[in-house]
Structure formats: structure tokens, C-alpha cells
Ligand binder design. Structure first.
Ligand code: C5P
Length: 218
């Protein structure tokens, strides 16, 4: 049987308010290139990825066209106010097969992470990259409350691998409750998601310090 088509769906429609400034973080440069361009190139380079599609904000056409000049991403897809809206609009444009939903704000995806994800997707409803937690984790506000046992805690990254039909089903089942990623939606729908080894290179760029760290690594 022929391999299913695999699409990398990069969601870039956020406004990146936490960092401030007038350009959303995914369009800012790191190592001389827009963050989104790095993200697209990393996915497009993988031999098992057949196509890359990008979801952008309605005000971001000009920024995206400039950032992606010369790259093959098909028509740009307009996202929505919530992440779920952006992903659902992206899925509608993707069609059948496997999808790797990926944050534009994570520019450097090592190829072996994609190998592990697609390998695990063969035996599970979904697969996500995770890293262990190395800090002490506690609840609290200005005064520490109870510590949390970190032994079973995982930091969940993207890309996240699913079959398009399963993810659509999960979004339908889970309703439109705000979710920070797709694994949350899959679990809410009772589906099983495998955890594979993530990578520190997949850290999301959020703060000015993240930019400095990324520049230093590059
Ligand atoms: O804000 P946060 O960093 O969690 O966003 C994760 C990813 O989801 C980013 O790449 C952002 O551009 C994307 N996003 C989106 N549509 C939204 C909100 C976030 O595509 N409405």
C-alpha cells in the first residue's frame, strides 16, 4: 500500500502579544531569517513531508509573502482568533492523510523528531515530542503552595502528528474549549497520544531572552 500523504501544517496566525513590538514574533528575524521561514524550511527538508502549508493572520499576508518568498507552501490559509480556529481552517485545506501540526514560533525542528513522530503514529492515534521537567515545580502565587511531583510531568512540544480525520473528530468531540495544543484536544476526545523524545532545539521563541539564546546557538 502506498504511504499516506504527509502535510506539515504550520500555524502562524498568532499576534505574539507577549513579546511586544509591532511585528508578530514569527515574522521577526533570528540568524538573519524570519522565524517562520526557518520553521517551513525545517519541515520541507524532511523526505517524509510531502507538502507544507501555512496558516496566517488576516493582517499578515504581506509579512508572510516576504518571509516565505521562493518557498513552496501553496496558497496561504487565513487563520482565526483562537488557535483552534487556525488549525481547523488549516485542516480543511490540507485534505486526507497524516498531518504534523507545528507552531511557527519553533523554528528549528530536527529531522529525527519527525522520524520518531511518524513512527509512533503507526501504532497510536497521535504522537507528540516531549521533554522531562528539570526544575522544581510548585503551585503558588507570591507564597509557595504545594510542590508538584515532577517525575511524571512532561513538557509537550510541536510538531504533533495525527491523521487528519482523527484530529477533526477530536475537535468535534472536544468542542471549542480553549486548548494550547492538539494533544489536549485528542485526549479530551478519549484518543491515545504517544510521547516520543523531543529536543531542546524545538523550544518555542517567546521572550527576548529566547531570541538571544537562539542567536547564540546559531
Ligand atoms: O501564542 P502561542 O505561542 O501559544 O502560539 C502557538 C502558535 O499558534 C504560534 O505559532 C501562533 O502563531 C499560532 N496561533 C495561530 N492562531 C491563533 C493563535 C496562535 O495560528 N489564533
Amino acid at each position: 500500500m502506498a504511504e499516506e500523504r504527509t502535510t506539515a501544517l504550520i500555524v502562524a496566525a498568532g499576534t505574539g502579544e507577549r513579546l511586544g513590538g509591532d511585528v508578530p514574533k514569527q515574522y521577526r528575524a533570528v540568524g538573519g531569517k524570519p522565524v517562520l521561514r526557518w520553521a517551513v524550511e525545517a519541515m520541507a527538508r524532511h523526505p517524509l513531508v510531502d507538502q507544507v502549508r501555512v496558516v496566517i493572520g488576516s493582517e499578515q499576508h504581506e509579512l508572510a509573502r516576504t518571509a516565505l518568498e521562493g518557498l513552496d507552501v501553496g496558497d496561504l490559509i487565513e487563520g482565526g482568533a483562537e488557535r483552534a480556529d487556525s488549525v481547523l481552517r488549516g485542516l480543511a485545506a490540507v485534505g486526507d492523510g497524516r498531518v504534523l501540526v507545528h507552531d511557527a514560533a519553533r523554528p528549528f525542528c530536527p529531522p529525527d523528531v519527525i522520524d520518531r513522530l511518524l513512527g509512533a503514529l503507526g501504532g497510536h492515534d497521535g504522537a507528540v515530542p516531549v521533554l522531562p521537567v528539570s526544575d522544581t515545580i510548585a503551585k503558588g502565587d507570591r507564597i509557595l503552595d504545594a510542590p508538584v511531583d515532577r517525575a511524571r510531568l512532561l513538557r509537550v512540544q510541536t510538531p504533533q502528528a495525527f491523521h487528519v480525520e482523527d484530529l477533526l473528530y477530536a475537535y468535534e468531540e472536544a468542542g471549542r474549549r480553549p486548548a494550547t495544543d492538539e494533544s489536549t484536544v485528542m485526549l479530551a476526545a478519549g484518543l491515545q497520544v504517544a510521547a516520543v523524545a523531543g529536543d531542546p532545539m524545538l523550544e518555542k521563541l517567546t521572550t527576548a531572552a529566547d531570541w538571544e539564546r537562539a542567536e547564540a546557538i546559531l
